[in-house]
Design a protein around this ligand. Structure first.
Ligand code: SAM
Length: 401
């Protein structure tokens, strides 16, 4: 009899092979000038690199597969999946994530159509904005804008929300705040909403505090959004679906998914509501704290909720389907929480019995490490991650129920 590898050895063999194929050099460097420009509609904390997602999709899925990201954030995975002719399903409980992903997956068919739609909205805004009443707008929101710009912005959001025009909503969210002139706010940061009044005081930079018209900025944004559009015909052929549900209970049938690629929330590391509070306010969510309470993050709920999410992932995945999770370590109070190892352990202990009489669980194939250079991190010197780990698992039968 030939030499047989023990399970432990097999794990390392697979890990070694995958490690070679999934060499981070394949997604080195910036993808900003190479990726589909829809990826850049608006920023998102913890956004994945599209180049890495493309490599994972090419390795673990094939054309026409149904790919799910149950925590899709800005929608990098579903957008890349649709670009590669996979059927794409995204889900995120955060309203901002939902709108942004809808915008990317259901764009206008052409730049001409996008510009026509944007012009229609701008024309309405220019007649309706003066009727916008600012007295009900909270002070912290008013502080970001010139009153006339704020009226136009409010009016545009009102119209686009009513029309459910997610693409233009995503464009508008993308130009809401920044220090640059092409944006609507007074000088502020782009990723998260902080005014930059100390660096750019009004006395020294009066032009940064003048009225900023919505028309030129929205139209320029739409042009930028279409600078590298997808090959529309094949993109629109892919089945695309976005949900705004809790990943603990997905509106999907058992076994309808071929592969899951996702970056779940890290152990108590980020506040998706707080970080997006200004964008959420314009989308109608006035109390971002309520959202942060229901997202899976807090230490006390993280493990039990992630266990339910993992059970749900097993349920919707077909047997032998891959589940690839991108996770980071969290440094806090002098402790390092290795989220990938924690989730890997939790996944191995999550089991569900299925109709075919078998009990299924996740079997881990590999945990690979990608070191993130400082410039790619969303927040530096904070409790967020330095290493990104790629946890590769497969839905496997354990035993007869
Ligand atoms: C690491 S981020 C995903 C980032 C995404 N991969 C991207 O490239 O933009 C994790 C996401 O999980 C979402 N989330 C947290 N708890 C959730 C839950 N219980 N159900 C659904 N989504 C949740 C957050 O809103 C956040 O967008």
């Amino acid at each position: 009899m030939g030499h047989q590898l023990s399970l432990y050895d097999q794990f390392f063999k697979v890990q070694e092979k995958l490690g070679e194929r999934l060499n981070p050099a394949r997604w080195d460097g910036s993808f900003n000038a190479r990726e589909c420009s829809f990826h850049q509609l608006a920023p998102y904390v913890g956004k994945l690199k599209s180049g890495m997602v493309r490599v994972l999709l090419e390795e673990f899925t094939k054309e026409a597969d149904v790919v799910l990201d149950p925590f899709c954030g800005s929608g990098v995975v579903p957008l890349e999946a649709a670009l590669l002719n996979r059927d794409a399903i995204g889900n995120d409980l955060n309203l901002y994530a939902y709108v942004l992903t809808m915008g990317k997956l259901f764009p206008p068919r052409s730049l001409e159509e996008a510009v026509r739609r944007a012009r229609d909205v701008v024309e309405r805004v220019e007649t309706e904005a003066k009727r916008e009443d600012l007295s009900g707008v909270p002070k912290w929101v008013r502080e970001f804008f010139h009153p006339r710009t704020l009226r136009e912005t409010l009016s545009a959001f009102r119209i686009l929300r009513k029309q459910k025009d997610y693409f233009l909503l995503a464009c508008l969210l993308g130009i809401l705040h920044h220090v640059r002139p092409g944006f609507l706010s007074y000088p502020a940061s782009h990723l998260t909403p902080y005014l930059r009044k100390k660096i750019y005081p009004r006395d020294s930079y009066p032009q940064m505090y003048e009225y900023r018209d919505l028309r030129s900025r929205l139209l320029a944004k739409v042009e930028r959004a279409f600078s590298r559009p997808p090959a529309m015909q094949s993109f629109l052929r892919a089945h695309r679906q976005v949900y705004q549900e809790n990943a603990m209970s997905l509106p999907l049938r058992a076994r309808e998914i071929d592969a899951i690629i996702s970056s779940p929330p890290y152990f108590g590391a980020l506040d998706y509501g707080r970080d997006n509070r200004l964008r959420l306010w314009f989308l109608g969510l006035e109390n971002y704290k309520e959202l942060d309470k229901i997202l899976t993050a807090d230490d006390t709920v993280y493990l039990p909720q992630m266990k339910e999410c993992l059970a749900e992932m097993i349920r919707v995945l077909r047997p032998d389907g891959y589940c690839v999770l991108i996770l980071g370590d969290v440094h806090r109070n002098g402790r390092v929480r290795k989220t990938a190892e924690i989730i890997c352990d939790l996944a191995g202990r999550t089991q569900i019995g299925e109709r075919d009489g078998w009990v299924y669980s996740f079997k881990t194939y590999a945990i690979l490490t990608d070191e993130i250079p400082d410039e790619r991190r969303s927040r530096r010197n904070t409790k967020t991650t330095k290493n990104e780990r790629i946890l590769i698992m497969k839905k496997s039968p354990l035993s007869r129920a």
